[in-house]
Design a binder for this molecule. Structure first.
Ligand code: CP
Length: 324
């Protein structure tokens, strides 16, 4: 079974959330629509709904995270679930226990859902293959493969400002090669029917045959950003680079860093996005990151509602049967 197939239970309900690839438009729209209904919870004095009362969620992050881990924790708490955050340095994996044995032991404590982040592509899928049918897994980012909830919060943020995807031109800029976020975004934008998706970067940071994902390739910011509605900047994933794939940080910023001058090639009201963490002065100039076109912090806020939506679908019986 593939990661896309294992996500649905035998009744056709979404049971794990591992990958955007292979999902249908209806499933994505269902997640977005339910997230919409959760936005209001964040504005209430008591930011809680009882949907997942009595459920237990474990955040199992073997890689650093600020946004994903914290917004999953907040999302679970706003749904009234009990949440445990595990610090990998203090886990018994550091004494030789395998990740699967760690998961089995946490399962024995009646965990209902694990959010798994790991530097290895396929880690969340591996865990999903080994848990019993009453346990759900969400991929919180696996190596260079996918970061599905990040892509969902990105398309949610885009939809808030530009609901008509059929007329949407999107540029994704930078280190596409090492980016799980870019892969998930490309799948989500294609499924939702975006008019055009462009990737912009040096050839050393573009996967071979990236066009097969349904994108147009540009090496030049002036051409690639021309008249786009959305500019998504990516972090240079220096920790995943073997050898030197860019000449220097300064040259990279000169060619591919988003400055006000380069942003002028895009539409005047183009949205500037970045999944974070941002490297100011490397991928993006500070005045652009903090400027009027930027929705970078809205992406973070929206992450809570979108993650509430995904968890509610998996655990709260909110999922309708598979329609795709
Ligand atoms: N966007 C994202 O995954 O950020 P974190 O690494 O801080 O979770």
């Amino acid at each position: 079974m593939t990661a896309a197939e294992i996500q649905f239970d035998t009744d056709g309900n979404l049971h794990h959330f591992l990958t955007i690839e292979g999902l249908g438009r209806d499933t994505l729209l269902q997640i977005l629509d339910m997230a919409e209904s959760f936005i209001d919870v964040g504005h209430r004095e008591i930011k809680k709904v009882p949907l997942l009362r009595g459920k237990t969620v474990v955040n199992l992050f073997f890689e650093s995270s600020t946004r994903t881990r914290t917004t999953f924790e907040l999302a679970a708490k706003r749904l009234s679930a009990d949440v445990i955050n595990l610090n990998p340095q203090r886990l018994s994996t550091s004494k030789g226990e395998t990740v699967l044995d760690t998961v089995k032991n946490l399962e024995a404590m009646h965990t209902d859902l694990f959010v798994v982040r790991d530097s290895h592509s396929g880690a969340a899928f591996l865990v999903a293959q080994h848990v019993p049918p009453y346990v759900s897994i969400i991929n919180g980012g696996d190596g260079r493969h996918e970061h599905p909830t990040q892509a969902m919060l990105d398309v949610f943020t885009i939809r808030q400002h530009r609901p008509d995807f059929q007329n949407l031109r999107v540029a994704i800029v930078g280190d596409i090669l090492h980016s799980r976020v870019a892969r998930s975004q490309i799948h989500a934008l294609n499924i939702l029917g975006a008019a055009e998706i462009r990737v912009i970067g040096p050839n050393t940071l573009l996967p071979t045959e990236v066009e097969r994902l349904g994108v147009h390739v540009y090496n030049d910011m002036k051409l690639g950003l021309k008249d786009v509605d959305i500019v998504i900047m990516l972090r240079l994933q220096l920790e995943r680079m073997q050898g030197s794939l860019i000449a220097s940080a300064q040259e990279y910023f000169n060619l591919y860093g988003l400055t006000q001058d380069k942003l002028e090639y895009a539409k005047p009201d183009a949205l500037v996005m970045h999944p974070g963490p941002i490297n100011r002065g490397l991928e993006i100039a500070s005045d652009v990151a903090d400027g009027p076109n930027s929705v970078i912090l809205s992406q973070v806020t929206n992450g809570i509602a979108v993650r509430m939506s995904v968890m509610a679908m998996l655990l709260g019986g909110q999922s309708t049967r598979r329609q795709d």
